[in-house]
Design a protein around this ligand. Sequence first.
Ligand SMILES: [Ca+2]
Ligand SMILES: [Ca+2]
Length: 143
Amino acid sequence: MTTRHLQQRTIIDRFEAWQTAFDGAESARLMSQAALENAQDGIIGISSEWTPQYDSNNRLILPPFDSEFVSAVPLVIRDSDPPLTVDIISWAVDWSSDNWDNNGDGVADDALETGIFSIHSAARFGGQIRRVEAVYRSYDINV
Ligand SMILES: [Ca+2]
Ligand SMILES: [Ca+2]
């Protein structure tokens, strides 16, 4: 490894960690989406014993990585030596059956929540944590 290469590494390490964590979170979201498409629960690295938490905007709040309910899954996202791995977690919500008023219209699990799913994913790498979330209608998901 050349000195020049080492200097470049130092400069970009911080951004790389941020970007790598983001890539990991995106990968987790895609894995959950694929699982939902295959009629699986789409949950990665979080115990089914966990009780979902929501913020004041009815958005799900993932448990922290050090939660007793979390066993983050290592995911290799770069070919390198050693392989670059991020820790990922993901949770999928079927709005029609989570006993929560996800769309904030005053009624939990109403007809307008039918067929809507959201996926909430996070990844941790190099001290950085990135979170992503997405909402889908079932016709996007081919359930
Ligand atoms: Ca509602
Ligand atoms: Ca609901």
